[in-house]
Design a protein around this ligand. Structure first.
Ligand code: SF4
Ligand code: SF4
Ligand code: SF4
Length: 308
């Protein structure tokens, strides 16, 4: 039996959709198992009827509904509710959907501050009024998907590796359980560590980490956190390297930024990282990038405007 799949994007950048396309030839294998009945990145299918003359968002029924992006305005909410109504299983794909992602950094501002910043900056012509008519109204903050609708499967990553997307689609199509990594990025990191108590002071990532030569094996490079770079590996869910296992940023000798969200779905990267650093004697006031510890997971009430 062919599994019907619908896909939609909400408060998203389309990077997750590129991961679908980046499956490459494996997409052809997927298409033997599933039939996409709605997927804006691959096919033309309108929200308000094919002639655009409908009044409510209507999506086709499907066995699996994949949603990328969080929910920040009334249209996102309406699409999410329609997908929940029409699809038996809902997949939150990408960290915007699972934890708010980068757009949830906006939760540190009130909507008025965001509009003022966007439409009245000193570098653009000031506008006399902000767009309103025909534009979906903003919600009070950016929500992860499961704050508004029930989610059955979580597939984090910014964007999820095409290997993960393929594994998820194959599992959903064949009715097998999708087993995602449930350990941290550090667990998959080949760099060598000297152990607890080795941290001293955090510094900004303005210079390359220390390694002897560009072709030096990663297992001879010292842990980036122990080198004083704010690597979010300890508090971030692994799996970003796909079948190659080695975390993607570490493979490029760059600290993990935390894009897979917390290790457990309901974890808190900000608190966990502050705890980890404090227990190693780091003065958290000295951190160069304090607010960015939750740059990918600011939904679920974790980030809010100052003073709120
Ligand atoms: S998770 Fe990343 S790639 Fe996916 S929509 Fe959000 S910002 Fe884009
Ligand atoms: S902190 Fe970063 S560099 Fe160190 S082991 Fe973890 S992922 Fe690797
Ligand atoms: S190393 Fe961290 S930031 Fe980089 S891709 Fe993996 S989870 Fe994302």
């Amino acid at each position: 039996m062919t599994v019907k799949v619908a896909e939609e994007w909400l408060n998203a950048c389309a990077g997750c959709e590129i991961s679908v396309v980046d499956m490459g030839e494996r997409l052809l294998d997927v298409l033997k198992l599933v039939r996409f009945v709605h997927i804006p990145v691959l096919m033309d299918h309108k929200h308000l009827g094919q002639l655009g003359n409908g009044h409510h968002i209507e999506l086709p029924e499907a066995d699996v509904g994949i949603l990328t992006g969080g929910i920040k305005n009334e249209e996102h909410l309406e699409v999410a509710l329609e997908m929940r109504k029409k699809c038996k299983t809902i997949v939150a794909m990408g960290t915007c959907a699972t934890h708010g992602g980068i757009p949830a950094l906006s939760n540190t501002y009130h909507n008025q501050e965001i509009l003022d910043r966007y439409y009245s900056t000193e570098t653009t012509d000031p506008v006399s009024s902000y767009p309103g008519e025909g534009i979906p109204a903003l919600l009070d903050r950016c929500y992860a998907l499961d704050e508004k609708i029930r989610v059955d499967v979580y597939l984090p990553g910014c964007a999820p590796h095409p290997d993960l997307v393929f594994a998820a689609l194959a599992a959903l199509a064949t009715g097998t359980e999708l087993k995602l990594p449930d350990k941290s990025v550090c667990n998959e990191c080949p760099t060598f560590r000297q152990g607890k108590g080795q941290l001293s002071q955090m510094r900004r990532f303005l210079q390359a980490p220390f390694y002897k030569a560009p072709d030096e094996p990663l297992d001879q490079m010292r842990c980036l956190l122990e080198q004083g770079l704010l690597c979010m590996g300890p508090v971030t869910r692994g799996g970003c390297g796909g079948n190659k296992i080695t975390p993607r940023c570490i493979a490029a000798r760059v600290p993990c930024r935390g894009c897979h969200g917390p290790v457990q779905q309901d974890g808190n990267q900000l608190l966990d990282m502050l705890n980890a650093l404090a227990s190693n004697g780091i003065d958290i006031q000295s951190l160069p990038e304090y607010t960015s510890l939750s740059r990918f997971s600011g939904a679920h009430g974790i980030l809010s405007p100052k003073g709120k």
